[in-house]
Design a protein around this ligand. Structure first.
Ligand code: XMP
Length: 312
């Protein structure tokens, strides 16, 4: 991308032409991709945009509240929150395959959108924060790595026409566009978060119990990184499906293993594991090991490739 302002003007123009007098729903997730998408579409069509945030219950601890507050405060665009956590858990019951989980979550997001749109009236367009790596890693070049939420998860009978203004950009370019559009720095620099959320950071079946444990573990890890003023591109906790034997108050325990991952990258296509200070890893482990249901904490030191950033 040579000229950011030119890109912005071209996209605004294209969105206006596509939308005409129609109305647009924006699939807002709280991440930088959908925030930039929403701003672009808002610039293009103003009040014909309604942003909707589907609370799948698969976000990090405190995140749905943060999304609502930040979005309202910074953008002044009306945001409708739909609470759908129970539906997502129900749909994921008994499902263990990563690709199946991704498809179920992606499909349900769209279905909930369609239902809500129907209640709202006449929305012909759906704006999504799809970026270039989402498309290539979803196998448009013939090699499927993993189905990204915004691409492969779409049902066949989609009732919306999609608007995806960022689909030719890499992550660093999306951030540059965000800055040029006046997005506040904390939103621009917010770490990437996958569309399927914690659903793909829980290995095996997603249950309410596992979700509750992972949310606490992830929040504890975030707190330690922030308290130590560490600047890390992306970091998170994973709830592995491995239970191991441990001891608490002199009693035998048999609890889950939490894996911590911290990576450095520029475009998410490759990544290096971050050499976190031992003291930070120790502090995180002590906090996380106290969470009921957790028996052990490990640190993932695999680069991408051969691993991917997420575990599923
Ligand atoms: P992987 O695991 O493929 O992740 O190395 C690369 C980057 O993309 C994020 N990610 C996703 N983002 N929808 C998204 O919008 C998804 O389905 C998805 N899966 C992974 C991941 O967090 C990392 O930053």
């Amino acid at each position: 991308m040579k000229n950011i302002n030119q890109f912005i003007e071209e996209q605004i123009d294209a969105i206006r032409k596509t939308v005409g007098r129609g109305k647009v729903l924006c699939a807002l997730s709280g991440g930088v991709d959908s925030a930039v998408t929403a701003l672009l579409v808002h610039r293009a069509v103003g009040d014909k945009l309604l942003c909707m945030f589907i609370d799948s219950g698969l976000m990090r601890k405190g995140e749905p509240e943060e999304v609502a507050a930040t979005f309202g405060r910074h953008f002044g665009i009306p945001l409708q929150t739909v609470r759908a956590g129970d539906r997502f858990l129900e749909a994921l019951k008994g499902v263990t395959d990563p690709e199946a989980k991704r498809k179920i979550i992606g499909n349900l997001f769209i279905r909930v959108f369609e239902e809500e749109a129907e209640k709202l009236g006449d929305f012909a367009f759906l704006a999504q924060g799809t970026i270039y790596p989402d498309i290539i890693e979803s196998g448009s070049d013939g090699k499927l790595v993993k189905t990204h939420h915004n691409v492969g998860g779409l049902p066949e009978n989609l009732n919306f026409e999609l608007i995806e203004p960022l689909k030719t950009l890499y992550k660093d370019e999306v951030r540059a566009v965000g800055r040029a559009l006046g997005l506040p720095e904390p939103v621009v620099n917010r770490q990437p978060f996958p569309g399927p959320g914690l659903g793909i950071r829980i290995i095996g079946e997603v249950t309410a119990e596992k979700l509750a444990i992972l949310k606490e573990a992830d929040a504890a890890f975030r707190e330690v990184i922030e308290n130590n003023n560490l600047s890390v591109w992306q970091y998170f906790a994973v709830l592995t499906d491995i239970k191991t034997v441990g001891m608490r108050d002199g009693e035998r325990t048999y609890n889950y293993t939490i894996a911590l991952r911290a990576v450095d990258s520029t475009d998410a296509m490759t990544a290096e594991w971050v050499r976190l200070p031992w003291t930070a890893l120790e502090a995180a482990t002590q906090k996380i090991a106290r969470i009921p249901g957790v028996g052990r904490v490990v640190y993932d030191i695999t680069a991408k490739p051969p691993a991917t950033i997420e575990w599923e």
